[in-house]
Design a binder for this molecule. Structure first.
Ligand code: ADP
Length: 395
């Protein structure tokens, strides 16, 4: 048996999945899916039952203190679980591919150094993604290592969406809007037509609402516009990231508050968003349960900005036929979905409350356009499919 391993590493977590390859095709359901969380406290490796998503096994990661010690632990566990199967390739989620990489690529020294140069554009993700490549190459030297980029899906956007109104030399240097969550959007773009007989090739807005949150306008399966830009800070307020911000605020923080670039980055990436506004938590579940008025304010802001971005993305596409919610909040919070749809009624959305509360796939009223849907995202499958395609081509 041959397998494809997918890795998605963050600053305090490593998520992985193992896909069997049978008859030269990737199985759509992974054989194993797991995650090591809690690197900032007591790390635990959780492995999930694939059929029902329930926890199969939770292993205390004894001796794991940081990412350096986490990699051998996680990869060793995967190897034990695979027993005599062979790892054909490892697909890595890499957050930033810059202007150069508009599709998945096989890692080599040149690719690695080009991607290392992008670390300043995604300090919270890129270094951890690349550390996974080094660890997996050491563990499985025979396996091909493939980078799948969160930015790649957006490279089809019209130039006018990609440029800032800055002096031209900056765009020439690569200071443009890249957009992120591309693997999630690509999965939804490919899955949506099968689910939505009403809009086979329509104008779709996908709301990827997780700890990191963004939205994307997709027309005919291609990205037209998205809320994140040069970095993953732009657009919607997120768990701890600020979202859209007047650049004058950054100047104010530096000039009037004497904050260093590092302090400003820490403020915008780690202390803002839902956490910053509520001073309670960046976690939507906790905010929904909280009676603190500041938690309510943070939710109000999230809903307000989401509705504004839906209007903006509809304008970029010249209309909208469907809105699809996905990721942690989008898939699991009927309250947030309802509030965003209510704030978007002017576009014609009409929520079916029963369907929304029951967690159905279609959550808008029948025969009303635009329609609204919930489709769980599957970035791992997208990575596995890209990885297999690239490896098969080179065989
Ligand atoms: P990421 O992949 O960006 O780390 P996720 O897609 O896992 O994030 O989403 C995490 C977010 O989803 C958190 O804010 C969490 O509170 C929220 N979430 C998960 N389940 C629910 C739920 N049942 N109700 C409300 N929010 C939820």
């Amino acid at each position: 048996m041959e397998n494809i391993v997918t890795l998605n590493a963050g600053s305090s977590s490593i998520k992985f999945a193992v896909f069997d390859v049978k008859d030269s095709e990737v199985e759509r359901d992974p054989a194993i899916r797991g995650q090591l969380l809690g690197l900032d406290g007591e790390p635990v490796l959780s492995v999930f039952e694939m059929k029902n998503g329930k926890l199969r096994e939770a292993v205390r990661a004894n001796g794991v203190r940081d990412l350096d010690s986490a990699w051998p632990f996680v990869l060793g566990w995967i190897e034990d679980a695979l027993s005599d199967s062979t790892v054909l390739a490892v697909g890595h989620r890499v957050v930033h591919g810059g202007a150069e990489y508009s599709s998945p690529v096989l890692f080599n020294d040149e690719v690695m150094s080009a991607l290392q140069e992008l670390i300043t554009l995604a300090p919270g993700h890129q270094p951890y993604n690349l550390a996974g490549v080094s660890a997996a190459s050491e563990k499985w030297p025979q396996a091909k290592q493939i980078a799948c980029f969160d930015t790649a899906f957006h490279r089809t956007q019209p130039r006018v969406e990609q440029i800032f109104a800055l002096p031209r030399q900056f765009a020439d240097e690569g200071v443009i809007r890249y957009g992120f969550h591309g693997l999630s959007y690509e999965y939804i773009a490919q899955t949506a037509p099968q689910n939505m007989e009403e809009i086979p090739c329509g104008k779709i807005i996908v709301a990827h609402l997780g700890a990191g949150a963004s939205m994307c306008a997709i027309k005919g399966g291609k990205s037209i516009a998205t809320t994140m830009g040069f970095t993953a800070l732009d657009g919607l307020p997120m768990a701890t990231r600020c979202g859209s911000l007047d650049p004058g605020v950054v100047l104010y923080l530096i000039e009037n508050k004497n904050m260093s670039p590092g302090e400003v980055a820490d403020c915008l990436y780690a202390k803002s968003g839902l956490l910053g506004v509520s001073n309670v938590s960046g976690d939507m579940r906790k905010l929904e349960k909280s009676s603190d008025p500041c938690a309510t304010k943070a939710i109000d802001l999230f809903v307000h900005r989401s509705a504004r971005e839906i209007g903006s993305l509809a304008a970029a596409m010249g209309g909208v036929d469907a809105l699809i919610f996905t990721a942690g909040i989008g898939e699991n919070s009927p309250v947030i979905r309802e509030r965003i749809l209510e704030a978007s009624r002017w576009l014609g959305f009409e929520i079916n409350r029963e369907a929304n509360n029951a967690g159905n796939r279609k959550i808008s009223k029948d025969r009303i356009l635009p329609s609204a849907w919930v489709i769980p995202t599957n970035e791992e499958l997208m990575i596995a499919l890209h990885t297999h395609r690239l490896v098969a081509k080179r065989r």
